[in-house]
Design a protein. Structure first.
Ligand code: BTN
Length: 267
């Protein structure tokens, strides 16, 4: 018997936002909530619709990987937005969701940080994964689907990932209410997204992001063709990581090109 209810009604009544998550589709099982929501988007679903599954039989990760989580353990959902801004600004949706998850996790009492650009981490291990997919209508955005899997009550992590992933349960020994987790993430996302959409840059939420940024003010290694080290200063309004090199110059690191590690750990 599960401690907390997790169904359409429990989820819908936990959500207190204006628009994010106002239309809830829930299934015990689906292949992938991203696939499901893309179909709903094609059929005209409104902005803010979410598709949630207790279990995904073919969950998708980044770079064509699979994303798996046992039934009854995860907050696995996809959120639909229909921005009117140009497609080039949509790549920030993943970063904004990463920030929103980290903020929600902190509000629930866990010391979450962000591993640039969009991984919410606790104890320097990932607590969620985000996969954003976009469709265009001509040269405008038709829809963006932001798929998020949060490791809430996962009791163990497979050995291959045990040094890279964690869950609320593993960090605290306690079960959490997935409805509450979801509702908080949506609340933060709605706020952060609205701020972003006003300016199409991160100026309004950069400070909040940098407060949670792991390695800020610390040495990092930028992994690119010619790796280098420097001090992480924060991000700019385009979400690029600012790294000060030994000679005093500051490079703007773009997430499409490279990854960045703290000098002393995976994160
Ligand atoms: C990653 O590789 O880190 C991204 C994982 C994204 C997983 C989520 S779970 C909900 C949504 N539906 C999917 O099929 N994938 C995303």
């Amino acid at each position: 018997m599960l401690k907390y209810k997790y169904d359409q009604q429990a989820i819908a009544s936990a959500i207190k936002t204006k628009w994010a998550g106002k239309t809830v589709h829930f299934a015990k099982v689906t292949d992938s909530t991203n696939n499901w929501l893309k179909q709903l988007a094609k059929e005209g679903a409104p902005e803010g619709t979410i598709a949630i599954a207790d279990y995904q039989s073919a969950g998708k990760g980044r770079l064509g990987r699979v994303w798996t989580a046992p039934p009854d353990t995860s907050a696995t959902f996809s959120l639909l937005v229909r921005p009117t801004f140009a497609p080039e600004y949509a790549s920030m949706m993943t970063l904004i969701m990463g920030l929103s998850v980290a903020q929600a996790v902190r509000e629930l009492g866990l010391p979450a940080q962000i591993k640039w650009p969009n991984d919410a981490v606790v104890s320097r291990k990932k607590i969620c994964g985000i996969l954003t997919e976009m469709a265009l209508a001509g040269n405008q955005i038709d829809y963006v689907v932001i798929g998020t899997g949060i490791n809430v009550n996962i009791p163990e992590i497979i050995p291959e990932l045990s040094d890279k992933a964690t869950s609320f349960y593993l960090e605290t020994g306690k079960e959490f209410d997935r409805c509450e987790v979801l509702a908080l993430v949506l609340q933060y996302f709605e706020h952060n997204y609205e701020k972003y959409a006003q300016t199409c840059d991160l100026s309004e939420i950069r400070e909040a992001y940098e407060e949670l940024l792991a390695n800020k003010g610390e040495p990092v290694r930028v992994l690119c063709e010619e790796p280098y080290e420097g001090i992480c200063l924060g991000i700019n309004d385009r979400g690029e990581l600012l790294v000060e090199k030994e000679d005093g110059t500051v490079s703007c690191v773009n997430s499409g090109e490279v990854s960045v590690r703290g000098l002393y750990s995976y994160v």
